[in-house]
Design a protein. Structure first.
Lengths: 105, 371
C-alpha cells in the first residue's frame, strides 16, 4: 500500500517529550520503506536519541502502557507495529499522533 | 565563606536551593523537569558541579539527567537499564512469582572517588553502575542473581533498591538496601553479595530468622566509623557495630519506631536523626506533631526536636531519601515533606526553619557543602 519512499511523515509528540527533545511544533521525518509504526518510531529515535525508552520500552520495544497512537481520527495503539499506516499519514496530509494517556496525577 | 546547595526531588520536578554558610537566605531555582517525578538528585563529592538526577514518569519511563554546572542546566544522558542476561522471577505481594521488570531509578549515588562513576538503585531491585557520567549503565548482577533473589518481594512502594552506601576507604565495599528484601554487602566491588540481616525482626514474615524478606527503609553511616551502621526499618530503628554482621534494636523511647529516613550528624558519629511516623497504615506523625528525634548516644535515648516545626494539625510524611546533613562546622540538617515543605536546621536540629513551603510533595533531599 505504501511501500515507497514517503513524503516527510508528520509526527506530533506530547508536551513533555517535546520539551525534553527541545522540539517546537510537529516533527517531520523521512521514513524509508514501508511507513509503519515501527519505521516511524525508529526514524524518530534516530533523529532524537533522547526519546529512546520514552515511547517504547527499552527491553521489549513494546509501546509503553500509558502511551497511545492516533492518526486520521483512529486509535492505532493496538495495530501491529509493522502494519502500514494510513495513506494520509504516508503523504503527510495527517500527522501521526503520539499521546500520553489521560490519567490523574 | 562556603556555600550550601540543597537538591530537592519532588513529584513534579526538581528544585535547587542555594545559600551561603549562614543558611538564612535561600534562592529557589526550579522546577527543573517540570511535571516529571524526580525521585533523587545528588551531587558528586569529587566535583560539586556534577549532579545526577533521576527523572521518571509512569507515562514516559526513565530519564537520567546530568548537570555540569551545579544544577543550572541539564542534559539527558543514558536511560538503558537492561538487566544482565535473562532476568529471573521474584515474589509478588501474594507470593506468586513475577518476572523482574525495570520501572525506575530510585537512588543515584555518585562515587566518592570519580565524578564520572555513579551507582543507580532501581525498581525492580538491582544495582547499576556507570563509569562514563551516566551515558551507559551496566548491572552489577551478582546482587540480583543472589540465591535468595526468588524470595525477594516488593514493599508497598515497589521492589526498590533505595540505599547505596560506599565505604569511605575500601572501594570494594558497598552496602545496599532493598524493600522488602533487606540489606546486602559486597566486599569485592559488587561481584558477590551477602545478606546482612541477622538480628532484624519483622513480624510480617513467618520465619523470624529469615535471611531476607525484611523491609529496610534506609541505612546510614558516618565515614569516621564505617563499621557502625544505622537502619530505619519498616518498624524498628536498628544499629550494627560490625558492618552489618549483626543488628540490635535502638528504638528506645521513640514515640513510634516506624519511619523512613535516618541520618547521621556530619561531625558526631553517634548522633543520629529519625522522623517517627505513627504507623505503616497512617504515614503521618504521632499526635499531628512533626518531630525530629535525635540521639547523641547512637540510639536508645532519643530527644524530640520541635523548635520551629509544626506542633499541631500536621499530617505530612517524610520519605526515606528526604533527609540529609551538610558538612558546615555547625552541622545543618534538612528534610522535606509530602506537603512540599523543606525544613532546615543550622544548629544540629536544635531549631528549624522552613526554607521553602509550597513545593510539590518532596521525594528526596540532598545537600552539597560548597567550598
Amino acid at each position: 500500500m505504501n511501500d515507497v519512499m514517503s513524503d516527510s511523515v508528520r509526527v506530533v509528540l506530547p508536551a513533555h517529550l517535546r520539551a525534553m527533545a527541545k522540539i517546537q511544533g510537529e516533527v517531520r521525518l523521512d521514513v524509508e520503506g514501508a511507513v509503519t509504526q515501527r519505521a516511524v518510531l525508529d526514524a524518530l529515535e534516530r533523529e532524537f536519541p533522547v526519546l529512546r525508552g520514552t515511547i517504547r520500552d527499552r527491553a521489549t520495544a513494546q509501546r509503553r502502557a500509558f502511551v497511545r497512537f492516533f492518526a486520521c481520527g483512529e486509535d492505532l495503539s493496538h495495530e501491529e507495529p509493522d502494519s502500514p499506516l494510513p495513506d494520509r499519514v504516508v503523504h503527510a496530509e495527517e500527522p501521526f499522533r503520539i499521546v500520553g494517556a489521560m490519567a490523574g496525577g | 565563606m562556603g556555600g550550601t546547595r540543597v537538591l530537592v526531588g519532588t513529584r513534579k520536578g526538581a528544585f535547587v536551593l542555594t545559600s551561603d554558610e549562614r543558611r538564612s537566605d535561600w534562592a529557589v531555582d526550579g522546577p527543573h523537569f517540570p511535571g516529571w517525578e524526580t525521585y533523587h538528585v545528588k551531587g558528586s563529592p569529587v566535583d560539586p558541579a556534577r549532579i545526577y538526577a533521576s527523572q521518571t514518569s509512569g507515562w514516559f519511563g526513565q530519564v537520567i539527567q546530568r548537570s555540569d554546572d551545579g544544577g543550572a542546566s541539564w542534559e539527558p544522558v543514558g536511560n538503558d537499564f537492561t538487566y544482565d542476561g535473562v532476568p529471573g522471577e521474584h515474589q509478588w505481594y501474594d507470593g506468586t512469582l513475577r518476572p523482574w521488570s525495570f520501572t525506575r531509578v530510585w537512588h543515584l549515588e555518585p562515587s566518592l572517588h570519580d565524578a564520572e562513576t555513579v551507582f543507580a538503585g532501581v525498581e525492580d531491585a538491582a544495582l547499576f553502575k556507570s563509569t562514563d557520567g551516566g551515558a551507559e549503565w551496566k548491572e552489577l548482577s551478582g546482587l540480583r542473581q543472589h540465591d535468595t533473589g526468588p524470595q525477594w518481594q516488593p514493599g508497598a512502594g515497589g521492589m526498590c533498591l533505595h540505599t547505596i552506601l560506599q565505604h569511605p576507604t575500601d572501594r570494594d565495599r558497598l552496602y545496599v538496601a532493598i524493600s522488602a528484601a533487606g540489606a546486602f554487602r559486597t566486599s569485592d566491588g559488587g561481584r558477590t553479595w551477602e545478606p546482612i540481616n541477622r538480628g532484624l525482626r519483622s513480624g510480617e514474615i513467618p520465619d523470624e530468622d529469615s535471611e531476607v524478606g525484611h523491609c529496610v527503609h534506609r541505612i546510614d553511616m558516618h565515614p569516621a566509623n564505617p563499621d557502625v551502621l544505622y537502619m530505619q526499618k519498616h518498624w524498628d530503628v536498628m544499629r550494627s557495630k560490625d558492618g552489618g554482621d549483626t543488628w540490635h534494636e535502638v528504638s528506645g523511647n521513640l514515640p513510634s519506631d516506624f519511619g523512613f529516613p535516618i541520618a547521621v550528624h556530619a561531625h558526631e558519629p553517634e548522633t543520629v536523626y529519625v522522623v517517627p511516623i505513627l504507623s505503616d497504615s497512617h504515614h503521618f506523625p504521632p499526635d499531628g506533631r512533626l518531630r525530629v528525634y535525635r540521639s547523641r548516644t547512637g540510639g536508645d535515648e532519643w530527644e524530640a526536636l520541635t523548635n520551629g516545626l509544626p506542633q499541631e494539625n500536621c499530617y505530612v510524611n517524610v520519605l526515606r531519601d528526604a533527609m540529609a546533613v551538610d558538612q558546615h562546622e555547625s552541622c545543618g540538617v534538612y528534610f522535606g515533606t509530602s506537603g512540599g515543605q523543606v525544613y532546615a536546621s543550622r544548629d544540629s536540629g536544635d531549631s528549624w526553619t522552613p526554607i521553602v513551603r509550597d513545593l510539590p510533595a518532596v521525594l528526596s533531599v540532598e545537600v552539597q557543602t560548597l567550598p
